[in-house]
Design a protein around this ligand. Structure first.
Ligand code: G6P
Length: 612
Protein backbone atom coordinates (compact mmCIF):
# COMPACT_ATOMS: atom_id res chain seq x y z
CA UNK A 1 0.00 0.00 0.00
CA UNK A 2 1.91 3.02 -1.34
CA UNK A 3 5.42 2.53 -2.57
CA UNK A 4 8.39 4.64 -1.55
CA UNK A 5 11.82 4.77 -3.14
CA UNK A 6 14.93 6.85 -2.56
CA UNK A 7 18.45 7.18 -3.94
CA UNK A 8 21.65 8.96 -2.99
CA UNK A 9 24.74 8.37 -5.09
CA UNK A 10 27.00 9.61 -7.81
CA UNK A 11 24.58 9.04 -10.72
CA UNK A 12 21.44 10.99 -11.61
CA UNK A 13 18.70 10.05 -9.17
CA UNK A 14 15.68 10.69 -11.41
CA UNK A 15 15.91 7.61 -13.69
CA UNK A 16 16.51 5.36 -10.66
CA UNK A 17 13.50 6.80 -8.88
CA UNK A 18 11.17 6.57 -11.88
CA UNK A 19 12.25 3.01 -12.65
CA UNK A 20 11.77 2.05 -8.99
CA UNK A 21 8.33 3.65 -8.92
CA UNK A 22 7.29 1.58 -11.93
CA UNK A 23 8.29 -1.54 -10.05
CA UNK A 24 6.39 -0.39 -6.98
CA UNK A 25 3.29 0.70 -8.84
CA UNK A 26 1.43 -2.47 -7.87
CA UNK A 27 1.35 -1.08 -4.31
CA UNK A 28 -0.80 1.88 -5.33
CA UNK A 29 -1.40 3.80 -8.49
CA UNK A 30 -3.66 6.76 -7.99
CA UNK A 31 -0.91 9.38 -7.98
CA UNK A 32 2.87 9.64 -8.04
CA UNK A 33 5.59 12.13 -7.31
CA UNK A 34 9.32 12.76 -7.01
CA UNK A 35 11.61 15.20 -5.27
CA UNK A 36 15.16 15.53 -6.58
CA UNK A 37 17.95 17.44 -4.82
CA UNK A 38 20.36 19.02 -7.29
CA UNK A 39 20.52 22.70 -7.89
CA UNK A 40 17.87 23.22 -5.19
CA UNK A 41 15.22 20.63 -4.49
CA UNK A 42 12.67 20.11 -7.27
CA UNK A 43 9.33 18.54 -6.49
CA UNK A 44 6.84 17.20 -9.04
CA UNK A 45 3.68 15.28 -8.28
CA UNK A 46 0.62 14.30 -10.21
CA UNK A 47 -2.64 12.46 -9.94
CA UNK A 48 -2.50 9.34 -12.12
CA UNK A 49 0.07 6.71 -12.99
CA UNK A 50 3.87 6.95 -12.91
CA UNK A 51 3.73 7.30 -16.70
CA UNK A 52 1.58 10.44 -16.34
CA UNK A 53 4.16 11.90 -13.97
CA UNK A 54 6.95 11.05 -16.39
CA UNK A 55 5.10 12.71 -19.29
CA UNK A 56 4.43 15.76 -17.12
CA UNK A 57 8.12 16.12 -16.22
CA UNK A 58 9.21 15.57 -19.82
CA UNK A 59 12.11 13.76 -21.47
CA UNK A 60 14.80 15.98 -19.93
CA UNK A 61 14.03 14.61 -16.48
CA UNK A 62 15.43 16.35 -13.42
CA UNK A 63 19.12 16.70 -12.56
CA UNK A 64 20.39 15.80 -9.10
CA UNK A 65 22.14 12.96 -7.28
CA UNK A 66 19.65 12.47 -4.46
CA UNK A 67 15.93 11.86 -4.69
CA UNK A 68 12.79 10.33 -3.26
CA UNK A 69 9.64 9.10 -4.97
CA UNK A 70 6.21 7.80 -4.12
CA UNK A 71 3.34 5.96 -5.74
CA UNK A 72 0.11 6.33 -3.82
CA UNK A 73 -2.93 4.35 -2.73
CA UNK A 74 -5.16 6.98 -1.16
CA UNK A 75 -6.01 6.70 2.52
CA UNK A 76 -6.35 10.32 3.69
CA UNK A 77 -7.64 12.61 0.97
CA UNK A 78 -8.82 11.86 -2.54
CA UNK A 79 -6.44 11.12 -5.38
CA UNK A 80 -5.58 14.68 -6.43
CA UNK A 81 -2.35 16.50 -7.27
CA UNK A 82 -2.32 18.22 -3.91
CA UNK A 83 -2.57 14.94 -1.99
CA UNK A 84 0.15 13.19 -4.00
CA UNK A 85 3.52 12.74 -2.26
CA UNK A 86 6.21 13.97 -1.66
CA UNK A 87 4.92 16.52 0.85
CA UNK A 88 6.91 19.63 1.65
CA UNK A 89 6.78 21.27 5.08
CA UNK A 90 5.36 24.79 5.23
CA UNK A 91 8.73 26.57 5.35
CA UNK A 92 10.31 24.12 2.92
CA UNK A 93 12.94 22.58 5.20
CA UNK A 94 11.67 18.98 4.89
CA UNK A 95 10.27 16.85 2.07
CA UNK A 96 8.69 13.53 2.94
CA UNK A 97 7.36 10.37 1.27
CA UNK A 98 5.32 8.06 3.47
CA UNK A 99 3.80 4.60 3.38
CA UNK A 100 1.42 3.86 6.25
CA UNK A 101 -1.17 5.64 8.33
CA UNK A 102 -0.80 8.18 11.12
CA UNK A 103 -3.62 7.49 13.55
CA UNK A 104 -3.36 10.66 15.65
CA UNK A 105 -2.84 13.02 12.72
CA UNK A 106 -5.97 15.10 13.43
CA UNK A 107 -4.79 16.00 16.92
CA UNK A 108 -1.25 16.74 15.67
CA UNK A 109 -2.61 18.83 12.82
CA UNK A 110 -4.77 20.91 15.13
CA UNK A 111 -1.81 21.52 17.40
CA UNK A 112 0.37 22.59 14.47
CA UNK A 113 -2.37 24.85 13.14
CA UNK A 114 -2.59 26.54 16.51
CA UNK A 115 1.14 27.29 16.11
CA UNK A 116 0.48 28.95 12.77
CA UNK A 117 1.01 26.02 10.40
CA UNK A 118 -1.10 25.95 7.25
CA UNK A 119 -1.74 22.78 5.26
CA UNK A 120 -2.08 22.40 1.53
CA UNK A 121 -3.28 18.77 1.40
CA UNK A 122 -5.73 16.49 3.20
CA UNK A 123 -3.06 13.91 4.02
CA UNK A 124 -1.66 12.62 7.28
CA UNK A 125 1.81 12.76 5.71
CA UNK A 126 1.93 16.54 5.49
CA UNK A 127 1.45 16.53 9.26
CA UNK A 128 4.68 14.54 9.62
CA UNK A 129 6.59 16.97 7.39
CA UNK A 130 5.33 19.95 9.39
CA UNK A 131 5.79 18.31 12.76
CA UNK A 132 9.43 17.53 11.96
CA UNK A 133 9.99 21.08 10.73
CA UNK A 134 8.31 22.61 13.76
CA UNK A 135 10.55 20.53 16.05
CA UNK A 136 13.61 21.44 13.97
CA UNK A 137 13.02 25.19 14.04
CA UNK A 138 11.72 25.43 17.57
CA UNK A 139 14.44 23.28 19.14
CA UNK A 140 17.21 24.50 16.81
CA UNK A 141 18.32 20.85 16.54
CA UNK A 142 19.81 18.79 13.73
CA UNK A 143 17.52 17.22 11.14
CA UNK A 144 18.20 13.79 12.60
CA UNK A 145 17.22 14.86 16.10
CA UNK A 146 14.14 16.67 14.83
CA UNK A 147 12.95 13.56 12.99
CA UNK A 148 13.55 11.41 16.03
CA UNK A 149 11.80 13.79 18.45
CA UNK A 150 8.86 14.46 16.16
CA UNK A 151 8.18 10.78 15.54
CA UNK A 152 7.93 10.17 19.27
CA UNK A 153 4.64 12.08 19.10
CA UNK A 154 3.31 10.07 16.19
CA UNK A 155 1.03 7.06 16.64
CA UNK A 156 0.62 4.82 13.64
CA UNK A 157 2.55 2.99 10.96
CA UNK A 158 5.14 4.51 8.71
CA UNK A 159 7.90 3.86 6.26
CA UNK A 160 9.42 7.27 5.55
CA UNK A 161 11.96 8.73 3.15
CA UNK A 162 12.95 12.26 4.15
CA UNK A 163 15.06 15.03 2.61
CA UNK A 164 16.17 18.01 4.68
CA UNK A 165 16.78 20.86 2.23
CA UNK A 166 19.47 22.31 4.54
CA UNK A 167 21.42 19.02 4.44
CA UNK A 168 20.85 17.93 0.83
CA UNK A 169 23.65 15.36 0.73
CA UNK A 170 21.82 12.94 3.07
CA UNK A 171 18.78 10.77 2.75
CA UNK A 172 16.92 9.94 5.97
CA UNK A 173 14.70 6.90 6.38
CA UNK A 174 12.84 5.25 9.21
CA UNK A 175 10.11 2.68 9.59
CA UNK A 176 7.61 1.51 12.13
CA UNK A 177 5.21 -1.24 11.16
CA UNK A 178 5.58 -0.54 7.42
CA UNK A 179 8.14 -2.25 5.23
CA UNK A 180 11.47 -0.63 4.32
CA UNK A 181 14.60 -2.05 2.77
CA UNK A 182 17.95 -0.29 2.39
CA UNK A 183 20.13 -1.15 -0.61
CA UNK A 184 23.90 -0.77 -0.59
CA UNK A 185 25.37 -0.06 -4.02
CA UNK A 186 28.70 1.12 -5.46
CA UNK A 187 28.94 4.69 -4.20
CA UNK A 188 25.20 4.70 -3.75
CA UNK A 189 22.45 3.85 -1.29
CA UNK A 190 18.80 3.13 -1.90
CA UNK A 191 15.62 2.89 0.11
CA UNK A 192 12.45 1.12 -1.01
CA UNK A 193 9.23 -0.38 0.23
CA UNK A 194 10.34 -3.71 -1.13
CA UNK A 195 13.45 -5.24 -2.61
CA UNK A 196 12.43 -5.81 -6.26
CA UNK A 197 12.35 -2.01 -6.72
CA UNK A 198 16.12 -1.83 -6.22
CA UNK A 199 17.33 -5.31 -7.07
CA UNK A 200 18.59 -4.36 -10.50
CA UNK A 201 21.05 -1.99 -8.78
CA UNK A 202 22.18 -4.07 -5.82
CA UNK A 203 21.69 -7.39 -4.05
CA UNK A 204 23.19 -6.13 -0.76
CA UNK A 205 20.39 -5.07 1.56
CA UNK A 206 19.70 -4.15 5.16
CA UNK A 207 16.27 -4.48 6.79
CA UNK A 208 16.05 -1.90 9.56
CA UNK A 209 14.03 -2.78 12.64
CA UNK A 210 11.10 -0.70 13.82
CA UNK A 211 12.19 2.78 14.89
CA UNK A 212 15.78 2.41 13.72
CA UNK A 213 16.93 5.64 12.15
CA UNK A 214 18.78 5.35 8.85
CA UNK A 215 20.97 8.13 7.43
CA UNK A 216 22.45 7.54 3.99
CA UNK A 217 25.19 9.29 2.05
CA UNK A 218 26.54 8.03 -1.23
CA UNK A 219 29.54 6.37 0.44
CA UNK A 220 28.42 5.49 3.96
CA UNK A 221 25.43 4.97 6.19
CA UNK A 222 24.43 5.27 9.82
CA UNK A 223 21.96 2.96 11.49
CA UNK A 224 20.84 4.16 14.87
CA UNK A 225 18.77 2.36 17.51
CA UNK A 226 15.81 4.13 19.16
CA UNK A 227 18.21 4.82 22.05
CA UNK A 228 20.45 6.74 19.60
CA UNK A 229 23.25 4.15 19.57
CA UNK A 230 24.92 3.64 16.22
CA UNK A 231 25.20 -0.01 15.31
CA UNK A 232 26.62 -2.09 12.50
CA UNK A 233 24.05 -2.95 9.86
CA UNK A 234 23.45 -6.67 9.21
CA UNK A 235 23.87 -6.95 5.46
CA UNK A 236 21.93 -9.66 3.65
CA UNK A 237 22.53 -10.80 0.10
CA UNK A 238 19.38 -11.35 -1.92
CA UNK A 239 19.75 -14.43 -4.03
CA UNK A 240 16.35 -14.60 -5.70
CA UNK A 241 15.85 -13.85 -9.36
CA UNK A 242 14.38 -10.47 -10.24
CA UNK A 243 12.20 -12.38 -12.64
CA UNK A 244 10.90 -11.09 -15.90
CA UNK A 245 8.72 -8.28 -14.74
CA UNK A 246 7.79 -7.20 -18.24
CA UNK A 247 4.54 -8.36 -19.80
CA UNK A 248 6.32 -10.24 -22.59
CA UNK A 249 3.88 -10.87 -25.43
CA UNK A 250 0.84 -10.67 -23.12
CA UNK A 251 -1.43 -7.63 -23.06
CA UNK A 252 -1.66 -7.72 -19.26
CA UNK A 253 0.38 -8.94 -16.30
CA UNK A 254 -2.61 -10.93 -15.08
CA UNK A 255 -2.85 -12.98 -18.27
CA UNK A 256 0.90 -13.52 -18.25
CA UNK A 257 0.74 -14.69 -14.64
CA UNK A 258 -2.18 -17.03 -15.39
CA UNK A 259 -0.14 -18.56 -18.19
CA UNK A 260 2.96 -18.78 -16.00
CA UNK A 261 1.26 -21.21 -13.62
CA UNK A 262 2.67 -24.41 -15.12
CA UNK A 263 6.14 -22.96 -14.40
CA UNK A 264 5.39 -21.28 -11.09
CA UNK A 265 3.88 -24.47 -9.66
CA UNK A 266 6.86 -26.46 -10.89
CA UNK A 267 9.22 -23.88 -9.35
CA UNK A 268 7.32 -24.19 -6.08
CA UNK A 269 7.78 -27.96 -5.83
CA UNK A 270 11.16 -28.15 -7.60
CA UNK A 271 13.79 -29.65 -5.27
CA UNK A 272 11.11 -30.31 -2.69
CA UNK A 273 9.56 -33.50 -4.03
CA UNK A 274 11.55 -36.42 -5.29
CA UNK A 275 10.75 -39.80 -6.84
CA UNK A 276 14.02 -41.48 -6.02
CA UNK A 277 13.57 -42.00 -3.15
CA UNK A 278 9.97 -40.83 -2.89
CA UNK A 279 10.06 -37.94 -0.44
CA UNK A 280 9.00 -34.40 0.33
CA UNK A 281 11.70 -32.03 1.63
CA UNK A 282 10.65 -28.71 3.08
CA UNK A 283 13.93 -27.42 4.49
CA UNK A 284 12.27 -24.38 6.05
CA UNK A 285 10.16 -26.64 8.27
CA UNK A 286 12.82 -29.12 9.50
CA UNK A 287 13.34 -27.34 12.79
CA UNK A 288 9.61 -27.33 13.59
CA UNK A 289 8.59 -30.71 12.22
CA UNK A 290 8.10 -32.33 15.65
CA UNK A 291 5.84 -29.45 16.73
CA UNK A 292 3.86 -29.70 13.51
CA UNK A 293 3.60 -33.45 13.76
CA UNK A 294 2.17 -33.29 17.27
CA UNK A 295 0.12 -30.14 16.72
CA UNK A 296 -3.24 -30.37 18.46
CA UNK A 297 -4.62 -27.82 16.05
CA UNK A 298 -3.44 -25.68 13.15
CA UNK A 299 -4.78 -22.15 12.78
CA UNK A 300 -4.33 -20.69 9.31
CA UNK A 301 -4.34 -16.89 9.01
CA UNK A 302 -4.59 -14.83 5.85
CA UNK A 303 -6.52 -12.19 3.93
CA UNK A 304 -8.17 -12.16 0.51
CA UNK A 305 -6.95 -14.83 -1.86
CA UNK A 306 -4.44 -16.11 0.71
CA UNK A 307 -7.38 -16.83 3.02
CA UNK A 308 -8.98 -18.87 0.24
CA UNK A 309 -5.77 -20.87 -0.15
CA UNK A 310 -5.92 -21.42 3.61
CA UNK A 311 -9.42 -22.89 3.28
CA UNK A 312 -8.13 -25.42 0.77
CA UNK A 313 -5.29 -26.08 3.24
CA UNK A 314 -7.91 -26.91 5.85
CA UNK A 315 -9.39 -29.64 3.67
CA UNK A 316 -5.92 -30.97 2.81
CA UNK A 317 -4.52 -31.00 6.34
CA UNK A 318 -7.61 -32.54 7.87
CA UNK A 319 -7.86 -35.23 5.20
CA UNK A 320 -4.20 -36.23 5.07
CA UNK A 321 -2.56 -35.14 8.34
CA UNK A 322 -5.62 -35.67 10.56
CA UNK A 323 -5.03 -32.38 12.36
CA UNK A 324 -7.99 -30.12 13.15
CA UNK A 325 -7.67 -26.84 11.29
CA UNK A 326 -9.28 -23.45 11.70
CA UNK A 327 -8.93 -20.79 9.04
CA UNK A 328 -9.25 -17.23 10.22
CA UNK A 329 -9.34 -13.83 8.60
CA UNK A 330 -6.26 -12.20 10.11
CA UNK A 331 -8.22 -8.96 10.50
CA UNK A 332 -10.75 -10.71 12.77
CA UNK A 333 -8.27 -12.84 14.66
CA UNK A 334 -6.21 -9.84 15.72
CA UNK A 335 -9.12 -8.17 17.48
CA UNK A 336 -10.79 -11.22 19.01
CA UNK A 337 -9.71 -12.98 22.16
CA UNK A 338 -8.62 -16.17 20.46
CA UNK A 339 -7.93 -19.13 22.69
CA UNK A 340 -4.43 -20.22 21.76
CA UNK A 341 -3.30 -23.53 23.21
CA UNK A 342 0.20 -24.78 23.82
CA UNK A 343 0.10 -27.32 21.01
CA UNK A 344 -1.44 -24.96 18.44
CA UNK A 345 0.60 -24.16 15.37
CA UNK A 346 -0.22 -21.01 13.39
CA UNK A 347 0.40 -20.83 9.66
CA UNK A 348 0.23 -17.33 8.16
CA UNK A 349 -0.25 -17.19 4.40
CA UNK A 350 0.62 -14.07 2.43
CA UNK A 351 1.83 -13.41 -1.08
CA UNK A 352 3.44 -10.09 -0.19
CA UNK A 353 4.52 -10.97 3.34
CA UNK A 354 3.52 -7.42 4.30
CA UNK A 355 -0.26 -7.43 4.83
CA UNK A 356 -0.82 -5.32 7.93
CA UNK A 357 -3.62 -7.43 9.40
CA UNK A 358 -1.72 -10.68 8.90
CA UNK A 359 1.40 -9.20 10.49
CA UNK A 360 -0.59 -7.94 13.47
CA UNK A 361 -2.30 -11.33 13.88
CA UNK A 362 1.12 -13.04 13.83
CA UNK A 363 2.39 -10.72 16.52
CA UNK A 364 -0.67 -11.44 18.63
CA UNK A 365 -0.21 -15.20 18.26
CA UNK A 366 3.49 -14.97 19.10
CA UNK A 367 2.76 -12.91 22.19
CA UNK A 368 0.44 -15.72 23.27
CA UNK A 369 3.38 -18.12 22.92
CA UNK A 370 2.28 -19.87 19.72
CA UNK A 371 4.64 -21.30 17.15
CA UNK A 372 4.05 -19.25 13.99
CA UNK A 373 5.04 -20.36 10.49
CA UNK A 374 4.78 -18.43 7.25
CA UNK A 375 3.94 -19.29 3.65
CA UNK A 376 5.04 -16.26 1.64
CA UNK A 377 6.07 -15.36 -1.85
CA UNK A 378 8.20 -12.24 -1.39
CA UNK A 379 11.58 -13.26 -0.06
CA UNK A 380 12.85 -11.19 2.87
CA UNK A 381 9.47 -9.53 3.47
CA UNK A 382 8.22 -8.86 6.99
CA UNK A 383 6.24 -12.06 7.63
CA UNK A 384 9.13 -14.46 6.88
CA UNK A 385 11.30 -12.28 9.11
CA UNK A 386 8.79 -12.36 11.95
CA UNK A 387 7.96 -16.06 11.90
CA UNK A 388 9.94 -18.94 13.37
CA UNK A 389 10.00 -21.01 10.19
CA UNK A 390 8.18 -21.33 6.90
CA UNK A 391 8.12 -22.10 3.23
CA UNK A 392 8.55 -19.72 0.33
CA UNK A 393 6.23 -20.26 -2.60
CA UNK A 394 8.71 -19.39 -5.40
CA UNK A 395 5.92 -18.16 -7.69
CA UNK A 396 8.10 -15.26 -8.88
CA UNK A 397 7.02 -11.60 -8.81
CA UNK A 398 3.26 -11.21 -9.09
CA UNK A 399 2.43 -7.77 -10.46
CA UNK A 400 -1.25 -8.06 -11.40
CA UNK A 401 -3.24 -6.91 -8.40
CA UNK A 402 -5.60 -9.88 -8.61
CA UNK A 403 -3.63 -12.84 -7.33
CA UNK A 404 -3.42 -15.89 -9.61
CA UNK A 405 -0.08 -17.70 -9.65
CA UNK A 406 0.59 -16.88 -6.00
CA UNK A 407 -2.67 -18.64 -5.09
CA UNK A 408 -1.83 -21.87 -6.89
CA UNK A 409 1.69 -21.76 -5.43
CA UNK A 410 0.24 -21.38 -1.91
CA UNK A 411 -2.06 -24.35 -2.51
CA UNK A 412 0.90 -26.35 -3.80
CA UNK A 413 2.87 -25.62 -0.62
CA UNK A 414 -0.10 -26.55 1.58
CA UNK A 415 -0.46 -29.78 -0.39
CA UNK A 416 3.20 -30.62 0.23
CA UNK A 417 2.87 -29.84 3.94
CA UNK A 418 -0.21 -32.05 4.26
CA UNK A 419 1.49 -34.94 2.48
CA UNK A 420 4.73 -34.49 4.42
CA UNK A 421 2.80 -34.71 7.69
CA UNK A 422 0.77 -37.68 6.46
CA UNK A 423 4.06 -39.46 5.76
CA UNK A 424 5.67 -38.42 9.04
CA UNK A 425 2.64 -39.64 10.96
CA UNK A 426 2.39 -42.89 8.98
CA UNK A 427 -1.08 -42.00 7.84
CA UNK A 428 -0.42 -42.84 4.21
CA UNK A 429 0.98 -46.06 2.78
CA UNK A 430 3.99 -45.91 0.50
CA UNK A 431 2.07 -46.78 -2.63
CA UNK A 432 -0.47 -44.01 -2.17
CA UNK A 433 2.29 -41.54 -1.28
CA UNK A 434 4.25 -42.42 -4.43
CA UNK A 435 1.16 -42.13 -6.59
CA UNK A 436 0.35 -38.75 -5.08
CA UNK A 437 3.83 -37.39 -5.76
CA UNK A 438 3.74 -38.61 -9.33
CA UNK A 439 0.34 -37.02 -9.81
CA UNK A 440 1.46 -33.71 -8.29
CA UNK A 441 4.29 -33.62 -10.81
CA UNK A 442 1.77 -33.89 -13.65
CA UNK A 443 -0.20 -30.82 -12.55
CA UNK A 444 1.87 -28.24 -14.52
CA UNK A 445 1.26 -30.12 -17.79
CA UNK A 446 -2.44 -30.45 -17.04
CA UNK A 447 -2.66 -26.70 -16.44
CA UNK A 448 -0.85 -26.07 -19.71
CA UNK A 449 -3.44 -28.23 -21.42
CA UNK A 450 -6.36 -26.37 -19.78
CA UNK A 451 -4.92 -23.04 -20.89
CA UNK A 452 -4.42 -24.22 -24.45
CA UNK A 453 -7.87 -25.81 -24.74
CA UNK A 454 -9.96 -23.25 -22.95
CA UNK A 455 -8.62 -19.73 -23.35
CA UNK A 456 -10.50 -19.01 -26.58
CA UNK A 457 -13.61 -20.87 -25.45
CA UNK A 458 -13.75 -18.81 -22.27
CA UNK A 459 -13.22 -15.57 -24.17
CA UNK A 460 -16.30 -16.41 -26.29
CA UNK A 461 -18.23 -17.24 -23.14
CA UNK A 462 -17.23 -13.94 -21.57
CA UNK A 463 -18.55 -12.16 -24.66
CA UNK A 464 -21.99 -13.64 -23.97
CA UNK A 465 -22.05 -12.74 -20.28
CA UNK A 466 -20.08 -9.52 -20.08
CA UNK A 467 -23.14 -7.34 -19.53
CA UNK A 468 -24.73 -9.19 -16.61
CA UNK A 469 -24.75 -7.58 -13.18
CA UNK A 470 -24.53 -10.62 -10.90
CA UNK A 471 -22.83 -13.99 -10.84
CA UNK A 472 -23.07 -16.89 -8.45
CA UNK A 473 -20.26 -19.42 -7.92
CA UNK A 474 -21.11 -22.72 -6.25
CA UNK A 475 -19.00 -25.68 -5.18
CA UNK A 476 -18.81 -28.30 -2.45
CA UNK A 477 -15.91 -29.69 -0.44
CA UNK A 478 -12.58 -28.72 -1.99
CA UNK A 479 -14.49 -26.70 -4.57
CA UNK A 480 -16.22 -24.39 -2.13
CA UNK A 481 -13.03 -22.32 -1.57
CA UNK A 482 -12.46 -22.48 -5.34
CA UNK A 483 -15.95 -20.97 -5.79
CA UNK A 484 -15.05 -18.18 -3.37
CA UNK A 485 -11.85 -17.49 -5.25
CA UNK A 486 -13.62 -17.49 -8.64
CA UNK A 487 -16.18 -14.96 -7.35
CA UNK A 488 -13.48 -12.77 -5.81
CA UNK A 489 -11.51 -12.69 -9.08
CA UNK A 490 -14.59 -11.61 -11.03
CA UNK A 491 -15.63 -8.83 -8.67
CA UNK A 492 -12.09 -7.54 -8.17
CA UNK A 493 -11.35 -6.88 -11.80
CA UNK A 494 -14.65 -6.67 -13.68
CA UNK A 495 -16.72 -4.94 -10.95
CA UNK A 496 -19.54 -7.44 -11.47
CA UNK A 497 -21.15 -8.45 -8.21
CA UNK A 498 -20.29 -12.09 -7.60
CA UNK A 499 -20.82 -14.38 -4.65
CA UNK A 500 -19.26 -17.72 -3.84
CA UNK A 501 -21.28 -20.20 -1.80
CA UNK A 502 -21.21 -23.82 -0.75
CA UNK A 503 -23.56 -25.36 -3.32
CA UNK A 504 -25.89 -26.89 -0.72
CA UNK A 505 -26.31 -23.53 1.01
CA UNK A 506 -27.84 -22.17 -2.18
CA UNK A 507 -31.24 -23.25 -0.89
CA UNK A 508 -30.82 -21.05 2.17
CA UNK A 509 -30.72 -17.77 0.34
CA UNK A 510 -29.06 -17.34 -3.05
CA UNK A 511 -31.70 -19.43 -4.83
CA UNK A 512 -33.99 -16.43 -4.41
CA UNK A 513 -31.77 -14.52 -6.84
CA UNK A 514 -31.97 -17.05 -9.63
CA UNK A 515 -33.88 -16.19 -12.77
CA UNK A 516 -33.17 -16.25 -16.49
CA UNK A 517 -30.61 -13.43 -16.10
CA UNK A 518 -28.51 -15.12 -13.44
CA UNK A 519 -25.43 -17.07 -14.53
CA UNK A 520 -24.33 -19.68 -12.00
CA UNK A 521 -20.87 -21.18 -12.21
CA UNK A 522 -20.73 -24.67 -10.77
CA UNK A 523 -17.33 -26.08 -9.92
CA UNK A 524 -18.28 -29.68 -10.39
CA UNK A 525 -15.47 -32.11 -11.10
CA UNK A 526 -16.18 -35.67 -9.93
CA UNK A 527 -16.09 -36.14 -6.15
CA UNK A 528 -18.18 -37.85 -3.44
CA UNK A 529 -20.87 -35.20 -3.69
CA UNK A 530 -21.18 -35.28 -7.46
CA UNK A 531 -24.79 -36.52 -7.41
CA UNK A 532 -25.74 -33.78 -4.99
CA UNK A 533 -24.24 -31.11 -7.19
CA UNK A 534 -26.12 -32.54 -10.16
CA UNK A 535 -29.31 -31.98 -8.14
CA UNK A 536 -28.24 -28.41 -7.37
CA UNK A 537 -27.72 -27.81 -11.10
CA UNK A 538 -31.20 -29.13 -11.81
CA UNK A 539 -32.60 -26.75 -9.21
CA UNK A 540 -30.96 -23.81 -10.95
CA UNK A 541 -32.13 -24.98 -14.36
CA UNK A 542 -35.68 -25.35 -13.05
CA UNK A 543 -35.56 -21.63 -12.25
CA UNK A 544 -34.21 -20.80 -15.71
CA UNK A 545 -30.74 -19.89 -14.42
CA UNK A 546 -27.83 -20.18 -16.86
CA UNK A 547 -25.32 -22.83 -15.77
CA UNK A 548 -21.61 -22.68 -16.57
CA UNK A 549 -20.05 -25.88 -15.23
CA UNK A 550 -16.41 -26.78 -14.67
CA UNK A 551 -16.36 -30.55 -15.15
CA UNK A 552 -13.94 -33.39 -15.75
CA UNK A 553 -13.38 -34.51 -19.31
CA UNK A 554 -15.86 -37.12 -20.47
CA UNK A 555 -18.47 -35.96 -17.98
CA UNK A 556 -21.82 -36.84 -19.52
CA UNK A 557 -24.44 -36.00 -16.93
CA UNK A 558 -23.60 -32.38 -16.27
CA UNK A 559 -22.63 -31.79 -19.89
CA UNK A 560 -26.21 -32.54 -20.88
CA UNK A 561 -27.68 -30.32 -18.19
CA UNK A 562 -25.43 -27.25 -18.20
CA UNK A 563 -25.75 -24.30 -20.57
CA UNK A 564 -21.94 -24.33 -21.03
CA UNK A 565 -19.27 -26.72 -19.83
CA UNK A 566 -15.56 -26.15 -19.43
CA UNK A 567 -13.59 -29.36 -19.21
CA UNK A 568 -10.51 -29.99 -17.12
CA UNK A 569 -8.41 -33.17 -17.00
CA UNK A 570 -8.89 -35.66 -14.18
CA UNK A 571 -6.47 -35.86 -11.28
CA UNK A 572 -6.68 -36.75 -7.59
CA UNK A 573 -9.46 -34.90 -5.85
CA UNK A 574 -7.09 -33.09 -3.48
CA UNK A 575 -5.15 -31.74 -6.46
CA UNK A 576 -8.18 -30.73 -8.52
CA UNK A 577 -8.51 -27.20 -7.00
CA UNK A 578 -5.21 -26.40 -8.75
CA UNK A 579 -6.88 -27.20 -12.07
CA UNK A 580 -10.42 -26.02 -11.39
CA UNK A 581 -9.39 -22.46 -10.52
CA UNK A 582 -7.66 -21.87 -13.88
CA UNK A 583 -10.85 -21.48 -16.00
CA UNK A 584 -12.26 -19.16 -13.32
CA UNK A 585 -9.20 -16.92 -13.52
CA UNK A 586 -9.55 -16.81 -17.31
CA UNK A 587 -13.28 -16.08 -17.10
CA UNK A 588 -12.71 -13.12 -14.76
CA UNK A 589 -9.87 -11.87 -16.94
CA UNK A 590 -11.79 -11.95 -20.24
CA UNK A 591 -14.94 -10.46 -18.70
CA UNK A 592 -12.90 -7.56 -17.32
CA UNK A 593 -11.09 -6.94 -20.60
CA UNK A 594 -14.35 -6.99 -22.56
CA UNK A 595 -15.88 -4.52 -20.10
CA UNK A 596 -12.93 -2.18 -20.65
CA UNK A 597 -11.63 -2.46 -17.08
CA UNK A 598 -8.05 -1.91 -16.00
CA UNK A 599 -7.26 -5.55 -15.34
CA UNK A 600 -3.86 -5.14 -13.70
CA UNK A 601 -4.73 -2.14 -11.60
CA UNK A 602 -8.40 -2.38 -10.65
CA UNK A 603 -9.98 0.65 -9.04
CA UNK A 604 -9.60 1.09 -5.28
CA UNK A 605 -7.47 -2.04 -4.81
CA UNK A 606 -3.78 -2.49 -4.14
CA UNK A 607 -1.52 -5.47 -4.30
CA UNK A 608 -0.11 -5.11 -0.85
CA UNK A 609 -2.43 -3.88 1.90
CA UNK A 610 -0.11 -2.44 4.51
CA UNK A 611 -2.79 -0.42 6.28
CA UNK A 612 -5.71 -1.65 8.34
C1 G6P B 1 -4.90 -7.62 -1.43
C2 G6P B 1 -4.61 -8.18 -2.79
C3 G6P B 1 -5.09 -9.64 -2.86
C4 G6P B 1 -4.44 -10.45 -1.76
C5 G6P B 1 -4.67 -9.82 -0.38
C6 G6P B 1 -3.80 -10.47 0.68
O1 G6P B 1 -6.27 -7.53 -1.24
O2 G6P B 1 -5.27 -7.43 -3.79
O3 G6P B 1 -4.73 -10.19 -4.11
O4 G6P B 1 -4.95 -11.74 -1.77
O5 G6P B 1 -4.33 -8.44 -0.40
O6 G6P B 1 -2.47 -10.19 0.37
P1 G6P B 1 -1.24 -11.08 0.78
O7 G6P B 1 -0.05 -10.37 0.19
O8 G6P B 1 -1.21 -11.10 2.28
O9 G6P B 1 -1.45 -12.44 0.21
Amino acid sequence: MCGIIGYVGTEDAYPVIIQGLKRLEYRGYDSAGVAIAGDGVHLYKRKGKVKDLEDYIGPEGIKGKLGIGHTRWATHGEPEDKNAHPHRSMHGHFIVVHNGIIENYVRLKERLMSKGYRFSSDTDTEVIANLIEYTYLKGNVSALTAIRLALRKVIGAYGLGIICTDEPDKLFAIRKGSPLVIGIGENAHYIASDAPAIMEHTRKVVYPDDDEMVVLWNDHMILQTPENHNHKPVVKILDQEIGDIGKGSFPHYMLKEIFEQPDSIRDTFRGRISEDPFAIHLGGLYSVLPALRYAGRIIILGCGTSWHAGLIGEYLLEEFAHIPVEVEYASEFRYRHPVIRKDDVIIAISQSGETADTLAAIRKAREAGALVLGICNVVGSSIPRETEAGVYTHAGPEIGVASTKAFTAQVTVLTMIAMLLAKEKNLIDDRSFHRFIRELKKIPEKIRYILAQNNDVIRDLAEQYKDVNNFLYLGRGYFFPVALEGALKLKEISYIHAEGYPAAEMKHGPIALIDENMPVVFIAPKDDTYDKIVSNIREVKARKGKVIAIVNEKDRTISELATHVIEIPSTFLALTPLLAVIPLQLLAYHMAVLRGCNVDQPRNLAKSVTVE
